[in-house]
Design a protein around this ligand. Structure first.
Ligand code: SAM
Length: 229
């Protein structure tokens, strides 16, 4: 199990520094060089980001607070949160992704966000809010509870996490996808049992306050916001 998770990580890092970077950088932009599957994924992901921003906007108090975004990608969440006045510390295992996020923020004149290269387990510090969006798909099942626990240890008040839920229907889709990998085969993908995530949050002293599910044809994301009790 130890070796397979090291391999997973290396594979994910390599992927998001190379072909995964060009693929996801396009999806997470308004470039029209995307196919219909990628466009569907972009729309689904945009919905998840919008739901998070709406929650935070409704609370109305993020300005001046610290946010740690783990697996920040190209900054799709971190950048709008910085624009809302939060002080952002965002990291990604992929240097290409983190650098792109930094460049996007710089080109928009954003000064209250720093981006750096790090795997999630190595992130340290204490922040008001910790976010980790659509990253868990790269985490093997047996590492998930520990990963959630680590995110909680960084958070004073709130953790926002999303993951592809393990349901019979999504498992079936995934199997079909593996059977016909096609040209867009990426890395291994892991669906997660929602109860495992909830139990890990509870064990760390958090309680789920808000939840959402976003599902399009090719994008599935269960979103939980947990607050420290
Ligand atoms: N959170 C971003 C968003 O929602 O726009 C990016 C989501 S993208 C599907 C997944 C990201 O997770 C990639 O940028 C990848 O490099 C990063 N990632 C995967 N495993 C990671 C790990 N162990 N530590 C940190 N980042 C990781």
């Amino acid at each position: 199990a130890l070796y397979s998770s090291i391999d997973d990580k290396t594979e994910v890092r390599e992927y998001f520094n190379n072909e995964g970077f060009s693929r996801w950088n396009k999806i997470y932009s308004d470039s029209d060089e995307v196919n219909t599957v990628q466009l569907d994924i972009r729309k689904g992901h945009d919905m998840t980001i919008q739901k998070i921003l709406n929650w935070i906007r409704d609370d109305g108090d993020i300005a001046g607070k610290t946010v740690c975004d783990c697996g920040c990608g190209v900054g799709s969440l971190a950048i709008p949160l910085a624009q809302m006045g939060a002080s952002i510390s965002a990291s990604d295992i992929s240097d290409a992704m983190a650098s792109e996020a930094a460049e996007r923020a710089k080109s928009m004149g954003i000064k209250n966000a720093k981006f750096y290269t790090s795997d999630l387990e190595s992130v340290k510090g204490r922040y008001n809010t910790v976010t980790c969006v659509d990253v868990a798909i790269h985490y093997p099942t047996e590492k998930m509870a520990e990963m959630v626990g680590h995110l909680c240890s960084l958070a004073d008040s709130r953790v926002i996490i999303s993951f592809a839920p393990k349901t019979w229907y999504y498992e079936l889709l995934k199997k079909v996808g593996e059977f016909f990998p096609g040209p867009s085969k990426t890395t291994r993908a892991y669906l997660h049992d929602e109860n495992v995530v909830r139990e890990a949050l509870e064990r760390a002293g958090f309680r789920v306050a808000r939840q959402e599910m976003t599902g399009t044809s090719f994008y599935f994301s269960r979103l939980l916001e947990a607050k420290r009790v």
